[in-house]
Ligand binder design. Structure first.
Ligand SMILES: NC(=O)c1ccc[n+]([C@@H]2O[C@H](COP(=O)([O-])OP(=O)(O)OC[C@H]3O[C@@H](n4cnc5c(N)ncnc54)[C@H](O)[C@@H]3O)[C@@H](O)[C@H]2O)c1
Length: 715
C-alpha cells in the first residue's frame, strides 16, 4: 500500500504500476470535497516518493468516476474573503499540478460520470480512456461559475480553443462518441474491458510507445496558435457565447474570456487567470442563486424520497378524462413504465388522447430516441375505455375531467364505487379545494390532489395536495407514483390555488393593475422576459387560456377576497368577455397564425391594443424597474404567506416549485431567493413605495420581522 485514505487509496498492481482509486468512504459517489482534495495531495506526495514507480492508473471504486466538486461545501467556501478563496484555489491547483508533474505516465480509466472537478482530474492525467457508459464535461457555468481546478487551462490545450469554448460555455455533458471526436478522451471502450484497456495503454506509455512527455508539454505551455489565429478564434467564439447565454448569465462569457486571456500563458500564469475569473463569478448573485437552487433541488428530491418510502410500487394506474391533461398523464405514465387505463365519456376524447400520445412517441422514434417496438409497447400499455372495466386493478386513479366542482364531485363519487378499498384517488384540479371535493367521498382519507402542469410530458413539477382528511399513506402512494412518472413532487397543504397558482394570480393581478395604470402590455412582456421569465404575463395568459385563467381567478377571489378581488374591470376580464381566449382560439392579447411547422406564431393585434387603451384609467410614468417591482412584489409576498400558513414545507419547496412550475428564472433562484438577495428590509421598503396599490403589496408581519432582524429564508 502506498497510501491509504478515507477517500482514495494508492497501491501497486504489478511491475511498478500503481492504481490510485477514488472511493469515498460512507458515500454512494466520489466527489471533490475538502477531504478528497487533501488526500489527493497526500497520495500524490506518496507516489512521488516511490523510487520504483513506473506509471499510475487512476480509477474509481464507485459506479461513477467523480461527479464533481462537493457543492454542499460551496455556500461556506464562497463566503471566504477574496484572499482566502484565492489561497484555497491555489492550493487545490498545486495539488492537481503536482499530480500532473509526477515523473511517470498517468492514465484515467473513466468508468462513469466524470464532471467538473472529476473531469479536471482526468485532464491532469496524460491519457484518458472512457467507458462507453460514461459521460464527461465541465458543467460549472450551470452553477454560475467557471472551472476552478485548471479546466479552462488544460481543456483548450487538449481539444483546441473552439471546442473548449463550446464545452465550457454550454456546460453540456459529453457522450463518449462526442468526447472522442473532439479529442477530450483518447479511446472509448466497453465497460467490462475498461480496466484492462487502460492498463494496456499505460504499459505502452511506460514502454515509450506513446510520448506522455509531449502531452504534458502541450498542456503546460501556451496554446499553439499565433496571435491572429487566437484573435479570430476567440472573437467569433465569444460573440456566439454572449448571444446564447444572454445578459443575465455572466458565467459562460467570463469562462470564455478566461480561456482567451490564459491561452498565451504557461501553466502557472494561466491558472492565476482562471482563479481571477473564478473569484469574480463566485461573487455574482447568479452564482449564489444557482448554487442555492442546486441545494434546494437536492432537498426537494430527498424529501420526496422520504414521503415515497411507504408508497410501495404502483403497478397499475388509471386516469379519468382523456383531454389535454388526461392524455398527457396517460402518455407519461405509460412511457415511464406504469400501465394505465384511460376512461372518457366520449369516443372522440379517447381518440384524441391516444393520438396525442402517439404523436409524442413518434417524435421520439423519429429522433432515434426510441425504437418502433418500444413505441408500440408503450402505446399498448395505455388502455382506452368508456367504462370502468379493470379499474378494480388500479392502485392509483387520477381524475382529470373538466374543471367544474359539481362534475368532479359526481365523477369522483362514482369512481370510488368501482375501485378497491385500498386504491388511492387523486384529482388534477387546478384550483378546487381538495377538502371540498373529499366531502363527496366515502373514503376521504384515500384522496388527495395531484396537480400536473401543462404540457405534462415537459413540465417536471407535480403538486401533491393534502386535504384535511388525506392520510399519510395516500400521500406516500401519490408521491411514489409521481416519482415513477419521472416527475418532481412537492407536498403542499390544501388552499385555493394550492401553491403555484396561488402565487401566480397575484402576479397576474399586478399585470392587470399595470395595464390599468397605462402600461403597454407588450412592454410589460418584454421587461419580464428580460427579467428572465420564459414569457411575459400577457403571452403567458394567452398560452394558459384566458378563459381558464378567468375561472381560476374567480376561485382565487372567492378564497382570498380581501386581496384577490379586483375593484376595477381588468384587461384580462375584458379579453374573456370578448371571447378572446388566447392561443386556443387564435386571439387574445396577441393574434396567432400557424408557422411553417404548424406551431402558433405570435403576432401583434391592433384590436388588442385598442382594448388595452380602453382598460387604461391613468397614465402613470412607469420605468422598467417599476414594472418588475409591481409584478414581483405580489408574487413574492404571497409566497411568504404560503410559508407562514404552512401550505409549504420549506423555502426550498417554494423556490423549486416556481422554477419547475412556471419557469421562474433559475439564475434568480425563486421568489424567496429574490427577497433574500435584495434583503427583507429593502424588499419591504420597495413594497411600501407601492402601498397605494392595495393589500397585495403589503408585506406580512413575518417579512417585517425579518427586515428588523436581518434574517433570510436561506442559510
Ligand atoms: N389544461 C391545463 O393547462 C391544465 C393544467 C393543470 C390542471 N388542469 C386541470 O386538469 C383537468 C382537465 O383539464 P383539461 O385541460 O385536460 O380539460 P379538457 O377539456 O381538455 O379534457 C377534459 C376531458 O374530460 C372528459 N370528461 C368529462 N366528463 C367526464 C367523465 N364523467 N368521465 C370521464 N371523462 C370525462 C371530457 O370528455 C374531456 O375529454 C381540469 O381539472 C383542469 O383544471 C388543466
Amino acid at each position: 500500500m502506498i497510501y491509504q485514505g478515507k477517500a482514495l487509496t494508492a497501491k501497486y498492481l504489478d511491475d511498478g504500476i500503481a492504481e490510485l482509486c477514488f472511493d469515498l468512504e460512507g458515500d454512494s459517489v466520489n466527489k471533490f470535497n475538502r477531504l478528497t482534495l487533501e488526500e489527493l495531495g497526500e497520495a500524490t506526495a506518496a507516489l512521488a516518493a516511490e523510487a520504483s514507480l513506473k506509471g499510475v492508473l487512476v480509477t474509481s471504486g464507485k459506479s461513477v468516476f467523480i461527479v464533481g466538486a462537493d457543492i454542499t461545501e460551496f455556500t461556506e467556501l464562497f463566503k471566504l474573503p477574496d484572499a482566502d478563496l484565492r489561497e484555497w484555489a491555489s492550493k487545490a491547483n498545486d495539488i492537481f499540478n503536482a499530480f500532473e508533474d509526477l515523473p511517470v505516465p498517468t492514465v484515467a480509466a473513466i468508468n462513469g460520470v466524470a464532471l467538473g472537478g472529476g473531469f479536471e482530474m482526468c485532464l491532469a492525467c496524460d491519457f484518458r480512456v472512457m467507458s462507453s457508459a460514461a459521460i464527461v464535461g465541465l458543467p460549472e457555468v450551470k452553477l454560475g461559475i467557471n472551472p476552478g481546478f485548471g479546466g479552462t487551462v488544460r481543456l483548450p490545450r487538449v481539444i483546441g480553443c473552439d471546442n473548449a469554448m463550446l464545452w465550457v460555455a454550454t456546460g453540456n455533458q459529453q457522450k463518449p462518441d462526442a468526447a472522442l471526436k473532439d479529442g477530450g478522451v483518447d479511446a472509448v471502450v466497453a465497460p467490462d474491458v475498461l480496466h484492462e484497456a487502460s492498463l494496456d495503454l499505460l504499459k505502452n506509455a511506460i514502454a515509450g510507445e506513446f510520448d506522455y512527455q509531449a502531452r504534458r508539454t502541450e498542456k503546460t505551455s501556451p496554446v499553439k496558435l499565433n496571435d491572429i489565429e487566437r484573435m479570430m478564434s476567440f472573437t467569433t467564439g465569444k460573440a456566439m457565447v454572449a448571444q446564447q447565454a444572454g445578459r443575465n448569465m455572466p458565467a459562460p462569457l467570463t469562462a470564455a474570456k478566461s480561456m482567451e486571456r490564459n491561452a498565451g500563458l504557461g501553466r502557472a500564469e494561466a491558472i492565476e487567470v482562471e482563479i481571477d475569473h473564478f473569484i469574480k463569478l463566485v461573487r455574482t448573485p447568479q452564482s449564489a442563486a444557482l448554487v442555492g437552487l442546486f441545494l434546494s433541488e437536492q432537498a426537494v428530491s430527498k424529501a420526496a424520497r422520504g414521503f415515497a418510502k411507504a408508497g410501495g410500487h404502483i403497478k397499475q394506474a388509471a386516469v379519468l378524462g382523456a383531454g389535454i391533461m388526461g392524455g398527457g398523464i396517460a402518455y407519461q405514465s405509460a412511457y415511464k413504465g406504469t400501465p394505465i387505463l384511460m376512461k372518457d365519456i366520449a369516443d372522440a376524447g379517447l381518440e384524441l388522447g391516444m393520438k396525442e400520445a402517439g404523436k409524442l412517441l413518434a417524435k421520439r422514434v423519429s429522433r432515434g430516441r426510441m425504437t418502433a417496438d418500444k413505441m408500440s409497447a408503450v402505446l399498448n400499455s395505455i388502455r382506452p375505455s368508456l367504462n370502468y372495466d379493470g379499474f378494480d386493478k388500479a392502485d392509483v386513479i387520477v381524475e382529470a375531467v373538466v374543471e367544474n366542482p359539481k362534475v368532479k364531485r359526481a365523477v369522483l363519487a362514482e369512481t370510488e364505487k368501482h375501485i378497491r378499498n385500498d386504491a388511492v384517488l387523486a384529482s388534477n384540479t387546478s384550483t378546487i379545494s381538495i377538502t371540498y371535493l373529499a366531502e363527496a367521498l366515502e373514503r376521504p382519507e384515500n384522496f388527495c390532489g395531484m396537480h400536473f402542469f401543462n404540457p405534462v410530458h415537459a413540465m417536471p413539477l407535480v403538486e401533491v395536495i393534502r386535504g384535511e382528511k388525506t392520510s399519510d399513506s395516500t400521500v406516500a402512494r401519490v408521491v411514489k407514483y409521481a416519482l415513477q412518472m419521472g416527475k418532481t413532487p412537492i407536498v403542499v397543504n390544501d388552499c385555493p390555488g394550492f401553491y403555484v397558482n396561488r402565487v401566480l394570480f397575484p402576479y397576474f393581478a399586478g399585470f392587470d393593475m399595470l395595464v390599468r395604470d397605462g402600461a403597454d402590455f407588450r412592454k410589460v412582456d418584454k421587461v419580464m422576459e428580460g427579467f428572465g421569465m420564459p414569457m411575459g404575463p400577457a403571452y403567458l395568459m394567452d398560452v394558459v387560456g384566458i378563459d381558464t385563467g378567468y375561472h381560476a381567478a374567480e376561485v382565487m377571489a372567492e378564497g382570498f377576497p380581501d386581496r384577490m378581488r379586483h375593484d376595477f374591470t381588468g384587461i384580462s376580464q375584458m379579453m374573456f368577455e370578448a371571447k378572446r381566449y388566447g392561443q386556443k382560439n387564435g386571439i387574445g392579447f396577441y393574434r396567432y397564425e400557424e408557422d411553417a411547422k404548424g406551431k402558433p406564431k405570435k403576432c401583434e393585434d391592433d384590436s388588442a391594443l385598442s382594448m388595452a387603451e380602453s382598460a387604461k384609467q391613468a397614465a402613470v410614468t412607469l420605468s422598467d424597474d417599476d414594472i418588475i417591482a409591481r409584478m414581483m412584489i405580489p408574487m413574492c409576498i404571497e409566497t411568504v404567506r404560503c410559508i407562514d400558513e404552512g401550505i409549504l414545507r420549506d423555502p426550498a419547496d417554494a423556490d423549486m416549485g416556481l422554477v419547475m412550475g412556471i419557469g421562474f428564472p433559475v439564475f434568480r433562484g425563486g421568489a424567496l431567493r429574490f427577497i433574500d438577495q435584495m434583503g427583507a428590509k429593502a424588499f419591504c421598503e420597495m413594497a411600501d413605495r407601492y402601498a397605494d396599490l392595495g393589500p397585495l403589496y403589503q408585506p406580512t408581519e413575518s417579512l417585517r420581522q425579518m427586515a428588523n432582524n436581518g434574517t433570510t429564508f436561506f442559510k
